[in-house]
Design a protein around this ligand. Structure first.
Ligand code: FES
Length: 116
C-alpha cells in the first residue's frame, strides 16, 4: 500500500502513482489522509481501462485490492463477493451493498490521478 502526502493534491485531482506500477488485471492500494483517519483506494487496470474504488469490501470491511479481476469485475478475496469495476455495484453475495467509485485519469506522463 502506498501512502499519498497532501503535496500530491492538485486541485480536485490527486496523483496516486504511475500507471506502469499496475499490471493488466491487477490492483494497487493507496491511502490518503482525511479529516478522520485515512481513505484507502484500490486502483485497477483492466482491459486497457482504469478504475478506482474504495478498498474496503462492504461485507466485512476488508481490502479487496488483491482480489482477482475478470470480465469487468473484481472479486473479494475473502468471501468472493463480486463488484462491478465501473459502478462499484455488488453483483453477488455475500456483499449486498456496492463500493464507492472515483473518477480516474492518466496524465500525459503516465501518472494515475483520482478525483474525490
Ligand atoms: S469480506 Fe468481502 S465478501 Fe466477505
Amino acid at each position: 500500500m502506498t501512502s499519498i502526502a497532501n503535496s500530491s493534491i492538485d486541485g480536485d485531482w490527486i496523483a496516486l502513482g504511475q500507471a506502469d506500477e499496475i499490471a493488466e488485471d491487477q490492483g494497487k492500494a493507496f491511502t490518503l489522509p482525511k479529516e478522520s483517519g485515512e481513505l484507502s483506494i484500490a486502483v485497477f487496470h483492466h482491459q486497457g481501462e482504469w478504475y478506482a474504488l474504495e478498498d474496503c469490501c462492504s461485507h466485512a470491511r476488508i481490502p479487496i485490492v488483491d482480489g482477482p479481476v475478470k470480465d469487468g469485475c473484481v472479486m473479494c478475496p475473502w468471501h468472493y463477493a463480486e463488484f462491478d469495476l465501473k459502478t462499484g455495484a455488488a453483483l453477488s453475495g455475500p456483499a449486498t451493498e456496492g463500493l464507492k467509485t472515483y473518477p480516474v485519469r492518466l496524465t500525459e506522463s503516465g501518472a494515475i490521478e483520482v478525483r474525490l
